[in-house]
Design a protein around this ligand. Structure first.
Ligand code: MG
Length: 160
């Protein structure tokens, strides 16, 4: 019998000057970038947390503490590949991932396909099982004020 597990992830990072803006493994031209211990890839973090959640393995902070110098400036896709290993070791594969990035600026549409490909490759699944959306919050709240960027993700894992 097929064993299905659902997971949810949510992440926020603050926008500051002097940092690269990396979302879904894509380096996006921007005068501001996301602040964090790693590369602060908010989308990848949300997806990682969704998968960690589906596996009932706690949260991203438990696996990659922001006090650990090994993860300073880390490429989040490399950390995500480790999460993929945790998943495959337990016999699961990704059924699908659906994620939403909430950002007032910049416009993310030109980068969505590359984000999707990066996540699909990292989690060893075909791109048609990964969906990435972007929205604004109509200038409301911290995302609307361009103080930060948020991301939500859900995933379904399958054990055949
Ligand atoms: Mg994060």
């Amino acid at each position: 019998m097929t064993d299905l597990r659902i997971g949810h992830g949510y992440d926020v990072h603050r926008l500051v000057e002097g940092r690269a803006l990396i979302i879904g493994g894509v380096s996006i031209p921007s005068p501001v970038g996301l602040l964090g211990h790693s590369d602060a890839d908010v989308l990848t973090h949300a997806v990682m947390d969704a998968i960690i959640g589906a596996l009932s393995l706690g949260d991203i902070g438990k696996h990659f503490p922001d006090t650990d110098p090994r993860f300073k400036g880390a490429d989040s896709l490399v950390l995500a590949a480790h999460v993929c290993d945790l998943m495959t070791e337990r016999g699961y594969r990704v059924g699908n991932i659906d994620a939403t990035v909430i950002a007032q600026a910049p416009k993310l549409a030109p980068y969505i396909a590359e984000m999707r490909d990066n996540l699909a490759r990292t989690f060893r699944v075909s791109a048609d099982r990964v969906n990435v959306k972007a929205t604004t919050e109509e200038k409301l709240g911290f995302t609307g004020a361009k103080e930060g960027i948020a991301a939500h993700a859900v995933c379904l894992l399958i054990k055949d």
